[in-house]
Design a protein. Sequence first.
Lengths: 184, 184
Amino acid sequence: MPTTSPDNQARAHIFLGIDPGLANTGWGVIEQRGSAYRCLAYGCISTPAHTDTATRLKTIHDELCCVIEKFHPGELGIETVYFGANSKSAFATGQARGAALVAAAGEGMAVGEYSPLQIKQAVVGTGGATKEQVQYMVRAILTLDHLPRPDHASDALAAALCHGSLRGMQALERAVAGKERRDR
Amino acid sequence: MPTTSPDNQARAHIFLGIDPGLANTGWGVIEQRGSAYRCLAYGCISTPAHTDTATRLKTIHDELCCVIEKFHPGELGIETVYFGANSKSAFATGQARGAALVAAAGEGMAVGEYSPLQIKQAVVGTGGATKEQVQYMVRAILTLDHLPRPDHASDALAAALCHGSLRGMQALERAVAGKERRDR
């Protein structure tokens, strides 16, 4: 009879991560079981610039609906965006993010939004990590035999990992607070 | 037997106009028959700031789907947005516009995008028109007995009128170009 580690006994949670963009929207699906993570799939939805905006957004929305339908993730991790003064780029990314969030909300998924600093902190352990360090750690945590490419897919997996990690910590904080209340 | 004017014989086209915004998304549905316009309905979808973004975007998307399902507009007129340096506002509006365009593209609607200058030019006759002049002309063209409120609904109706007007001119240009080719 095989032995069962606490990690194997733990219930599996499936998380989706999205790195939205009008030209390229990265996505990644991970499974969390206890403290172990596994990559189920990742990819990037690219829409050509010569296509009209509505069609591009519908493609992003519909492709993400297919991913959600296939893997049934219960929750979504997505990066909050800081653009500095580039309002044109903010507007384009905003549109793609709108299409992505409509897809997620349509399936009733809970959404966690994280700053780039939170994602780096959760995945690498320091908010000042480089893009390459994030990619390296995404590969290591998910025990992939190669760096996830393109960058958009790697960033999406990082957002999903951040959600899994911070969500776990929040649950732990709630459990500790509950125990303290009961112990009083 | 009642006489039938050429305008009455003309086929009716139904256009939707949208003024997208995360807090307030204005919409307006108009019918064009020949050179005459009629307002079928207009409104504004407001989503409270304390609600999470995904839910707000889903509300905008779903309410617009209801409007499209009810009136079956074949085409959409929407404003292209200029934000200057305000990337935060551009991002929020971009998200709402993404949700709106996914709703329109989901129903296979053709989309016309117009600059604020084009809309003012089409509705008032001058690109330098004020907001009040646009509202006044929207009311006059659609023979409404009151100014359409709030501003977002009025702006949406103006975008729909602009689409109807520029679309008609484009069709005329195509017809003239076709006749010239045949006459050669």
